[in-house]
Design a protein around this ligand. Structure first.
Ligand SMILES: N[C@@H](CCC(=O)N[C@@H](CS)C(=O)NCC(=O)O)C(=O)O
Length: 243
């Protein structure tokens, strides 16, 4: 009998990736929710688990695993069925290249419209001193917190983020031209890494971004048909247009 605890938040896109994998694999776990808006991820107790001060973190039989992509690979190794990693080494490499690309390009880009529309309110209303004090508590995201001003992010930051989002969707559209999933004939961790960004774009009212990208639209419909999707996106997981 294993003991698994997932420290996560409903609206945390990285948490959604892990909740989806846990549901696909039918793994029982303790769903330990933290409130990001109350800074529960920055308490000494949580920082002792994840010094990055970020969600999610998985604790398996007392061992801590952090970072959603690493957690999902770990879950695949420990609970290999059903498979979420391709059998063929080439497809496996393609899957990993997708995950690295998404972690580097799409996931950081989506933070800009997300904070602009949903999460940045508190930061915008702070005085410069308050913003500095808040940012100084963030182990990894100080610079990002300081980029937002009373009017939100500068236009050029938002435009650069949207360009990266468009690039990711365009690459995805091409990857899906000859197969139903991004890296293989079956769903893999690449699709699961992309999933929360597409969901968040829908919540941001930006589903027009795949109006001219039918492969992305069909992929999203297939993803939403899976029971794991409903499990990963329970109450308190969606925002704005999707809530
Ligand atoms: N690379 C990490 C990133 C985790 C991350 O950015 N988590 C966000 C929620 S999706 C968070 O905890 N943000 C809190 C903050 O920025 O203070 C992962 O994939 O797990």
């Amino acid at each position: 009998m294993t003991d698994i605890v997932l420290f996560n938040a409903g609206v945390s896109t990285c948490s959604q990736r892990v909740r989806f994998v846990l549901a696909e694999k039918g793994i029982a776990y303790t769903d330990q929710r933290l409130r990001l808006d109350q800074g529960q991820h920055l308490t000494p107790d949580y920082l002792a688990i994840n010094p990055n001060g970020l969600l999610p973190a998985l604790v398996h039989d007392g061992q801590v695993i952090v970072d959603s992509s690493v957690i999902n690979e770990y879950l695949e190794e420990v609970f290999p069925t059903p498979r979420l990693v391709p059998v063929q080494p080439v497809a496996r490499a393609h899957m990993r290249a997708w995950v690295v690309y998404l972690d580097e390009v799409m996931t950081p880009a989506i933070r800009y419209p997300s904070f602009q529309q949903f999460f940045g309110g508190g930061l915008r209303n702070m005085t410069p001193e308050q913003r500095q004090a808040f940012a100084s508590r963030l182990p990894l995201r100080k610079d990002f917190a300081l980029e937002i001003g009373p009017q939100g992010f500068p236009d050029e930051k938002l435009a650069a983020a949207m360009a990266r989002i468009e690039q990711s969707l365009e690459r995805m559209e091409r990857a899906l031209a000859d197969k139903p999933w991004m890296a293989d004939r079956q769903i893999t961790l690449a699709d699961i890494a992309m999933m929360p960004s597409v969901v968040r774009l829908e919540d941001l009212g930006m589903s027009h971004l795949w109006a001219g990208r039918p492969n992305v639209a069909h992929w999203y419909a297939r993803l939403q048909d899976r029971p794991a999707f409903a499990a990963a996106y329970g109450p308190g997981s969606r925002l704005g247009a999707g809530a």
